[in-house]
Design a binder for this molecule. Structure first.
Ligand code: SF4
Length: 156
């Protein structure tokens, strides 16, 4: 049995999709986490807002699933930062396996830096795509982003 099993936190997961190409470079495993407090007008997936949605999966189970395909990983949602403690644990575990981890969030990087609770995500992932979806700034020509206020921020 893994030494992580007893303390492995659980996350509410809407879906895990292997082989995505729109959530970061290369073929990736996208993990869609349940719950989003931002409620952006024009959100592509309002069904993801429910923090009680999805299925409860342990970090151990998610890591095992990701390692089956071995793709790099994107955390999306919903807003992964709604489940910040478990998401940080998940991201750290994935990076310790040598995987590159992107994380989408509706918070801006300035808001993350000002929050002691959210701040550790910046050392746990490789890249943050930040900010809410802003319908007026929607631009389908942007790679990996929905609106032009969102930024791709490489942290490592
Ligand atoms: S942050 Fe993303 S999931 Fe949340 S409401 Fe905005 S567009 Fe939808």
């Amino acid at each position: 049995m893994s030494t992580h099993s007893q303390s492995s936190p659980a996350l509410r997961v809407l879906d895990i999709v292997e082989g995505t190409i729109v959530d970061g470079p290369g073929l990736r495993t996208s993990i869609y986490l349940a719950g989003c407090p931002h409620h952006c007008p024009g959100c592509h997936n309002p069904q993801s807002w429910d923090p009680e949605g999805g299925t409860l999966l342990t970090v151990d189970a998610i890591v095992a699933r990701v390692l089956e395909s071995g793709f790099n990983v994107t955390l999306s949602g919903g807003d992964p930062l709604l489940q910040i403690e478990g998401v940080i644990e998940l991201a750290r575990r994935l990076r310790s396996e040598g995987l590159n981890v992107w994380c989408y969030t509706g918070y801006t990087i300035e808001q993350i830096r000002e929050s002691p609770r959210l701040l550790p995500i910046l050392s746990a992932v490789d890249t943050i795509v930040d900010g809410p979806f802003v319908e007026e700034l929607r631009d389908i020509s942007l790679q990996f982003r929905g609106s032009s206020n969102q930024r791709i921020i490489h942290l490592h």
